[in-house]
Design a protein around this ligand. Structure first.
Ligand code: FES
Length: 410
C-alpha cells in the first residue's frame, strides 16, 4: 500500500480557490444534500479540486474544501489521505495506478510493477518529461480482467508487460489507445475458449421441462405419501388417546344430582350450604396455575354472578346471592363509588386476583391496593365468602401483597 502523505512544503501552492465555474458546480453538489448534511459532498468537491489543480490535491485545496463544507480541516485530510483516488503529490500527465491486490497479483501484477519500475523509476515520482508517474493501489474493482491499471480516468485490463509498455508508448506519442481489455475480451467474459455452460440443453428449454416433470411427479408422490402418513398417525393417536370420560371435576354443571336441594331433601339429607360446597371445592382444587384460570374455575362452579352495589343485598335469600352469603360470615368492607382520581390500581398484580375477580372487586367499590391492605379479618371473611373461596385470601396473603404494592406506589 502506498504511503499517504502530503507533498513536501516546497511543492505546495500558497493558496487555492475554486474557479468561479467550479465554485458554481460545487454549490450545486452541496445543494443535493439536506440541511446539516453538506459534509456528504466532500468527495465530489475534493475530486473537482484535484482536477482543477492538475491532477493532485495540495494542502490548501483540502482546507478550502473543508471551509466550504464547514468541516474541520483534519476531517477532510482524513478523507483525502484514505482514498488513493486522491493524489497528494504532483503527478505526471498520465497518472498510472497499478492494482497490486491478490487477483491481479496472481495474474501478473508483479511483472507489470517491475516493468513500470524499470521504465518510469520509483513510484510517486514524475518522469523527467512530465508524462508519467505511477502508484501501486488496492483493488480497483476490475479483478475479472486482471491484471490491470487505471491511467487518469480509464481502465486498461488483461495487461502484460509488453502490452503495458506499448500502451505507454502510444500515450506518450499521442496515439489513440484502446481502453478496457487489451486482448479483446468483452466485459468479463471467459479469457480463453468458453468451456462452461456449453450444453445446449441448458438453453433450449428441454432441461426445464424435464425438471418440471420430475418435480410434479415427486410432488404428487409426496402428497400421496403425506396423506398416508397423516391417516396412519391419526389412527394411532386416536387409539392411544382414547380415555374413559373424566369423572366429575366438581363443576356445578357436572355435579351429582343428589347435590340438588330437592334431591337431598327427598333423600332425607341436610341441605348443603353453598359456602360448604365452595370450601370443599377449594380444598380439593389443585393449586392455581394462573389467576385467570382460577377465575374461570370459580365462575363455572359458582351461582351466577349478580353485580353488587354498595350496601345492597341484605334482603336477598341466603344461597342465591353472594352478598347474603358473605353477610352471614363477615363484614362488608367499605367501598368507593369510583376510583380515586379516576385511576384504579391494577389489582391483578396481587397473586390470586385475575381479571374477573378484579372486576368483581371493582363492583364492590374496591379499586386500590391500600383498600385491600386495610381489610380487617371480618372483611376478609366477607370478601372470601362473596368470592366463594373462603380462606384463600389469607393463604395467598392478599393483604400483605396489597400493602407492599401500595408502599411501592409511594
Ligand atoms: S484485484 Fe486488481 S482490480 Fe481487483
Amino acid at each position: 500500500m502506498a504511503n499517504r502523505r502530503l507533498a513536501p512544503a516546497a511543492e505546495q501552492p500558497q493558496s487555492f480557490a475554486f474557479t468561479p465555474e467550479n465554485a458554481d458546480w460545487a454549490r450545486g453538489q452541496i445543494a443535493k444534500y439536506p440541511e446539516g448534511r453538506q459534509a456528504s459532498a466532500v468527495i465530489p468537491l475534493l475530486w473537482k479540486a484535484q482536477e482543477q489543480n492538475g491532477g493532485w490535491l495540495p494542502q490548501k485545496a483540502i482546507e478550502a474544501v473543508a471551509d466550504e463544507l464547514g468541516m474541520p480541516h483534519i476531517r477532510v485530510l482524513e478523507v483525502a489521505t484514505f482514498y488513493t483516488m486522491f493524489a497528494l503529490e504532483p503527478v505526471g500527465r498520465f497518472w498510472i495506478q497499478l492494482c497490486g491486490t491478490v487477483p491481479c497479483d496472481c495474474c501478473g501484477a508483479k511483472e507489470l510493477k517491475a516493468a513500470l519500475h524499470e521504465r518510469l523509476g520509483p513510484s510517486g515520482k514524475v518522469t523527467a518529461d512530465g508524462n508519467f508517474s505511477w502508484l501501486e493501489v488496492e483493488c480497483l474493482g476490475a479483478c475479472c480482467n486482471a491484471p490491470m491499471v487505471q491511467i487518469n480516468q480509464d481502465y486498461y485490463e488483461d495487461l502484460t508487460p509488453e502490452s503495458l509498455n506499448k500502451l505507454l508508448d502510444d500515450l506518450a506519442a499521442g496515439r489513440p489507445v484502446k481502453v478496457g481489455s487489451q486482448i479483446g475480451r468483452i466485459s468479463s467474459e471467459p479469457k480463453d475458449a468458453v468451456n462452461t455452460l456449453t450444453d445446449e440443453s441448458l438453453f433450449d428449454g428441454s432441461r426445464v421441462s424435464a425438471w418440471r416433470k420430475r418435480f410434479e411427479q415427486t410432488e404428487a408422490a409426496g402428497e400421496e405419501s403425506v396423506k398416508k402418513d397423516e391417516a396412519a398417525s391419526t389412527e394411532a393417536r386416536v387409539k392411544d388417546e382414547t380415555k374413559p370420560a373424566r369423572p366429575s371435576s366438581g363443576r356445578a354443571n357436572e355435579s351429582n344430582a343428589v347435590d340438588a336441594p330437592a334431591e337431598r331433601a327427598s333423600a332425607g339429607q341436610a341441605p348443603v350450604k353453598p359456602e360448604d360446597q365452595a370450601e370443599a371445592r377449594d380444598a380439593k382444587a389443585p393449586p392455581a396455575q394462573d389467576p385467570a384460570v382460577e377465575d374461570d374455575k370459580i365462575l363455572r362452579s359458582e351461582p351466577p354472578h349478580h353485580p353488587a352495589t354498595i350496601g345492597a343485598g341484605d334482603d336477598v335469600p341466603e344461597g342465591e346471592n353472594p352478598e347474603a352469603r358473605a353477610d352471614a360470615v363477615g363484614t362488608r368492607p367499605k367501598g368507593l363509588a369510583v376510583p380515586r382520581d379516576d385511576r384504579p390500581d391494577d389489582l391483578t398484580k396481587i397473586k390470586g386476583i385475575g381479571p374477573i375477580n378484579q372486576r368483581r372487586l371493582n363492583d364492590l367499590g374496591v379499586w386500590h391496593y391500600d383498600q385491600i391492605a386495610a381489610w380487617s379479618p371480618q372483611e376478609i371473611a366477607w370478601v372470601g365468602a362473596y368470592l366463594a373461596f373462603p380462606g384463600r385470601i389469607d393463604r395467598e396473603n392478599w393483604v400483605g401483597q396489597a400493602s407492599d404494592l401500595a408502599g411501592s406506589k409511594g
